[in-house]
Design a protein around this ligand. Structure first.
Ligand code: GLA
Length: 367
């Protein structure tokens, strides 16, 4: 009897150490494909992640007084993400692929051949095209502390060459949500994966993020043209509203008379991280009322800091909250936008036999 009690107690301890992962059905896509939602739980953090788009549907995090709030934008039901003429047009919480951010002129040349990708953002391709990875149902399996999502994108999908197998692992340990991205291909191709969570550390739907303080460990950024495609220059942030090397309020300089800020109607740019390609702290966000802090760590070369400039109150999200202008910010760890057309940028090419692999961590704390 005693032995049995001991064995049971051991099992419980091991299960708790591994964090809790549970699964529930979350409805069906318009074409009838079933979607599941997984709950990843640790001591004080709870994440809900769907197989549709690998979307982080909610993320509950405590403030400095231990009060929990959902800090990401999104919808209560699957329909919120799949319905309407432009489903989830803001890409709330989604995995983005094959190519996060923009491809200029919706085309690129690889091994002497030109490939055309969908035009869905001015003259450019944004976030992998019309049916990007954010709109696919991923295969899921439970792993210790989290889930592993797999998507096989066939040769020619959205115009990209090669059959690409993408594997994304979400794990929650302590106060860290880790996203481990990998991919392999059977033909030369390009790849750039990210997660497009919109954070409001005061709680989703709770005002704008202009008083949030942000730090980005980058001395350079990639200025853009009128369609938000990098010019190719790596410009110094020194003396510009793009210098976030010290914690600075998002709203402090957002309306400055600056040509780059005007083009994007706020911040919507790629910063060149000073991490030298090594896993390191890339950015921090501090919300002064509840004291929540988000630290983003990555080994990616860049980070897109986007201040929700396109949010205009036309989207109603979780709990009936209306998402107004700058209701959230995104910190998308990534390769630089339009790299396939910029041979001087770190390469996004992937060849058969090679493995694309990157890690990003969202670490939460409060002070
Ligand atoms: C990224 C882009 C923005 C915008 C959002 C989605 O952050 O850089 O310009 O397209 O995605 O609305």
């Amino acid at each position: 009897m005693r032995v049995l009690t001991l064995v049971l107690a051991l099992f419980t301890i091991v299960a708790e150490m591994q964090g809790q992962v549970t699964k529930k059905p979350f409805g069906k896509t318009p074409d009838g494909t079933p979607v599941d939602i997984y709950t990843l739980k640790d001591a004080s953090i709870e994440a809900h992640i769907m197989t549709y788009g690998g979307i982080i549907q909610s993320l509950k995090v405590p403030d400095k007084n231990g009060k929990s709030a959902d800090v990401v934008l999104g919808f209560d039901t699957l329909d919120g993400y799949t319905s309407g003429p432009k489903p989830n047009s803001a890409y709330f919480g989604a995995l983005i692929g094959r190519y996060a951010n923009r491809i200029g002129g919706a085309k690129f040349t690889l091994d002497g051949q030109t490939y055309h990708t969908p035009v869905n953002d001015g003259p450019n391709t944004l976030h992998g095209g019309i049916q990007g990875f954010d709109k696919k149902v991923w295969k899921a399996k439970e792993i210790p502390h989290g889930i592993e999502l797999t998507l096989v994108s066939p040769d020619g999908d959205q115009g990209f060459p090669g059959k690409l197998t993408a594997v994304v692992r979400y794990t929650l340990m302590g106060k860290e949500l880790k996203i481990d991205y990998s991919a392999t291909t059977d033909k030369d191709t390009v790849v750039n994966l990210t997660n497009h969570s919109y954070f409001n550390l005061a709680g989703q739907g709770n005002g704008d993020i202009l008083k949030n303080e942000v730090k980005i460990n980058a001395s350079h950024y990639t200025p853009v043209d009128d369609t938000l495609i990098p010019t190719g220059e790596l410009a110094s942030v020194e003396g510009t509203p793009f210098d976030f090397r010290k914690l600075t309020a998002v709203g402090a300089r957002i309306n400055d008379d600056n040509e780059q800020l005007k083009k994007a109607h706020g911040y919507d740019d790629n910063w060149v991280l000073d991490n030298g390609g090594k896993f390191a702290e890339a950015a921090e966000v501090y919300e002064p009322t509840g004291g929540r802090v988000l630290t983003v760590l990555t080994d990616q070369p860049g980070i897109q800091f986007y201040t929700g400039n396109f949010l205009d109150g036309s989207i109603t999200g979780k709990g009936g909250k209306v998402y107004g202008h700058r209701a959230a910010l995104a910190l998308e760890t990534q390769h630089f936008p339009d790299s396939p057309n910029h041979p001087k940028f770190p390469t996004t090419e992937l060849k058969p036999g090679q493995k694309y692999h990157h890690v990003t961590v969202f670490r939460f704390s409060a002070r």
